[in-house]
Design a binder for this molecule. Structure first.
Ligand SMILES: NC(=O)c1ccc[n+]([C@@H]2O[C@H](COP(=O)([O-])OP(=O)(O)OC[C@H]3O[C@@H](n4cnc5c(N)ncnc54)[C@H](OP(=O)(O)O)[C@@H]3O)[C@@H](O)[C@H]2O)c1
Length: 261
């Protein structure tokens, strides 16, 4: 029998914040389609089934056109309307811009920016005719400051934040909502994968990923334009960032992110 539960998709849903978002959907009555770049995505889907959801796993590289399109084809082949979409997948790259490999930076832009626009296009063109749907875009607190030693990452997340806010306004009155999630530093594999384990931020106590995902899910369900994910200090940091000069924020961030000798 076909499931009566609404369907949500979550990119980068195999671990970290994305897996926690997928759990939020599963625990709140959704079935979930998730993507990831490794076999982990199948284990994650099994864990979501244990929560009572139907869960569909797709392995694809979000850095490529075929990978993004392939996930969307996979989701639409389920033959069900997509009620919610969490465009969450993203990577970071630590280290100095002068040293970093240009190809790696293009890959970051392909995943964080190009891939987000690509899947958003498919999702919006699916949801608007249905006159319903909720879109969550995972940005970052890094969208609110210059991010030296993650020099390309921060601007990619600023793109996500303003893209979400602009799309939200365009889609007003269509029945489709858009929400941005801005997590502070969060306890996932993100900093290790970004090559930043050997930095002050690598060692720092981080926000709980379950809390961050719950805040994102609740903001999505309550049709809030954006939410900062994390504890009270993280939220206060973003308030201060609105009035702190860019050079001051850049110097503070550099102290957190510069790799140790
Ligand atoms: N953690 C933080 O401190 C933090 C703070 C602010 C914002 N964010 C944002 O939160 C989002 C999730 O980050 P996270 O902390 O959960 O990171 P994470 O623990 O590294 O998880 C990343 C997820 O994305 C998937 N992924 C990575 N590269 C992929 C690719 N090329 N194709 C398909 N899937 C890919 C991973 O799957 P595989 O493992 O199978 O590759 C995994 O499911 C990102 O957009 C990030 O920018 C994170």
């Amino acid at each position: 029998m076909t499931s009566q539960r609404p369907l949500a998709l979550v990119t980068g849903g195999s671990s970290g914040i994305g897996f926690e978002l997928a759990k939020q959907f599963a625990q709140n009555g959704f079935d979930v389609a998730i993507s990831g770049s490794s076999g982990k995505v199948h284990d994650a889907a099994a864990a979501l089934r244990d929560l009572g959801a139907e869960a569909y796993a797709h392995k694809a590289d979000a850095a490529t056109y075929e990978g993004v399109e392939g996930f969307w084809t996979f989701v639409t082949s389920l033959g069900r309307p997509v009620e919610a979409a969490a465009l969450n997948v993203g990577i970071g790259i630590g280290g100095a811009f002068v040293d970093n490999d240009l190809e790696d930076e293009f890959r970051l832009i392909a995943i964080n920016v190009t891939g987000t626009v690509h899947l958003a296009k498919r999702v919006v063109q699916h949801m608007v005719p249905n006159k319903r749907g909720r879109i969550l875009i995972t940005s970052s607190v890094s969208a609110t400051l210059p991010t030296p030693y993650e020099t390309v990452y921060g601007p990619s997340k600023a793109f996500g934040f303003m893209f979400a806010e602009a799309l939200r306004e365009e889609l007003r009155d269509t029945g489709v909502t858009v929400t941005a999630l801005l997590p502070g530093a969060t306890d996932s594999e993100f900093h290790k994968n970004a090559g930043m384990a050997n930095s002050a931020i690598g060692d720092m106590k981080k926000n709980d990923k379950t809390l961050v995902a719950r805040q994102g899910f609740e903001a999505l369900m309550n049709d809030v334009d954006h939410v900062v994910g994390g504890d009270e200090d993280t939220k206060q940091q973003v308030v201060k960032n609105r009035t702190t000069p860019e050079p001051e924020k850049a110097a503070r961030h550099a102290r957190m992110t510069k790799l140790r000798g």
